[in-house]
Ligand binder design. Structure first.
Ligand SMILES: [Zn+2]
Length: 194
């Protein structure tokens, strides 16, 4: 069984090396739509794969980090990165080019950790992230499965330690320690159910 949740965010980027020059040489933006699919072959005590309330705050904060932000590739021209950081309060730096495919992979890796590190207490079993779909336009999307997210050899290495969020973004997180928790095996607990 798969359950699905949808989020939206507005983001600006440049996709270097893209064959379309409008994309590779100009800052431009998209209205992104994200679908998060979670699966299990068990249902919990309430007859659900999981109550999404358990993880929605952390997942929402991760996706929202990219809203009205500019996403930069750490290997881009350092002068451009410096300029973008100077004139934007909200920016994210990724270790990979910010294509829609790489957005999917970054989201997968982060949300996969949240799920793995969530303490389930209502009989949930085998809850796993199935895939992440990111729509970049009304007609185009990328879908990332587990084998894509962790395919560092063919699709580029993503170490979540190398993802940088600006202070303005981190200040908006409900849990200011969100990324550190993801990186350091912190436990995610729904405060209402403990
Ligand atoms: Zn674009």
């Amino acid at each position: 069984m798969i359950i699905r949740k949808e989020y939206n965010f507005e983001n600006a980027h440049i996709v270097r090396e893209c064959s379309t020059l409008r994309c590779s040489q100009n800052i431009h933006g998209h209205s992104y739509r994200v679908e998060i699919k979670i699966e299990s072959n068990f249902l919990d005590n309430a007859g659900m794969v999981l109550d999404f309330g358990l993880i929605k705050i952390s997942i929402k904060d991760i996706i929202e980090s990219f809203d009205h932000s500019i996403t930069l590739w750490s290997k881009d021209d350092q002068e451009y990165i410096k300029f973008a950081k100077k004139f934007n309060q909200r920016y994210v730096v990724l270790p990979v080019n910010p294509s829609v495919e790489q957005f999917c992979r970054v989201f997968f890796l982060a949300i996969d950790r949240i799920l793995e590190q969530t303490k389930f207490i209502n009989g949930e079993k085998n809850v796993k992230l199935h895939s992440i779909i990111v729509h970049e336009t009304a007609t185009g999307y990328a879908e990332c499965f587990r084998e894509d997210a962790y395919n560092f050899e063919n699709m580029g290495e993503i170490d979540l330690k190398d993802v940088e969020f600006s202070s303005a973004i981190k200040n908006d997180w409900k849990d200011k320690n969100l990324w550190n928790k993801i990186l350091n095996n912190g436990v995610f607990i729904n405060p209402k159910s403990v």
